[in-house]
Design a protein around this ligand. Structure first.
Ligand SMILES: [Zn+2]
Length: 130
C-alpha cells in the first residue's frame, strides 16, 4: 500500500503547528549571513516544499520582510523561526529544520552560500558547496 509521506511541525511553545504532505524538493545547509542573523544560528538548514504541500494546523505565524519580496515567518509568542518565501520563487516555501517534529528525517544534500561559511565550522561530509 502506498502512503503519502506526512511530516508534522511545531514551534517551541506549540502555538503554531503545521503538516506537510509528500516529499521535499530541497534540503540544504545555508551559510548565508542574512539567514544567520534572522535565525540567530551560525547556519541554517532549509527544507523546501511546494506551498500546496504545506498546511497550517494551528495558529498564524507573524511575517517580517527586510528584503523586497522576501518574507520570513516566526511565532510571535516564542520566536521560533518557521519559514522563508520569496516572490521570485513563488509557489515554494522553505521551512527551518528546527520547526519539524522529526528533523532527523531531513539529511541535507548540499551547502548553499559556502563562501559565507564561518571559518571555524568544519564538515566531514563531501556534499557539493555552491
Ligand atoms: Zn511558539
Amino acid at each position: 500500500m502506498m502512503t503519502t509521506r506526512l511530516e508534522t511541525c511545531a514551534c517551541f511553545c506549540g502555538a503554531i503547528t503545521a503538516e506537510i504532505q509528500g516529499e521535499p524538493f530541497w534540503i540544504c545547509y545555508d551559510h548565508d549571513d542574512d539567514c544567520r542573523r534572522a535565525i540567530g544560528s551560525p547556519l541554517t538548514i532549509w527544507v523546501g516544499y511546494k506551498t500546496s504541500q504545506f498546511q497550517l494546523k494551528r495558529g498564524k505565524p507573524k511575517a517580517f520582510s527586510k528584503t523586497r519580496g522576501v518574507s520570513r515567518t516566526f511565532c510571535s509568542n516564542c520566536g521560533t523561526s518557521i519559514g522563508y518565501s520569496d516572490e521570485g520563487i513563488a509557489g515554494e516555501i522553505y521551512l527551518t529544520l528546527g520547526f519539524f517534529d522529526h528533523p532527523e528525517h531531513f539529511p541535507p544534500a548540499a551547502h548553499a552560500y559556502w563562501q559565507l561559511k564561518l571559518p571555524w565550522i568544519e564538515f566531514a561530509d563531501k556534499l557539493p558547496p555552491y
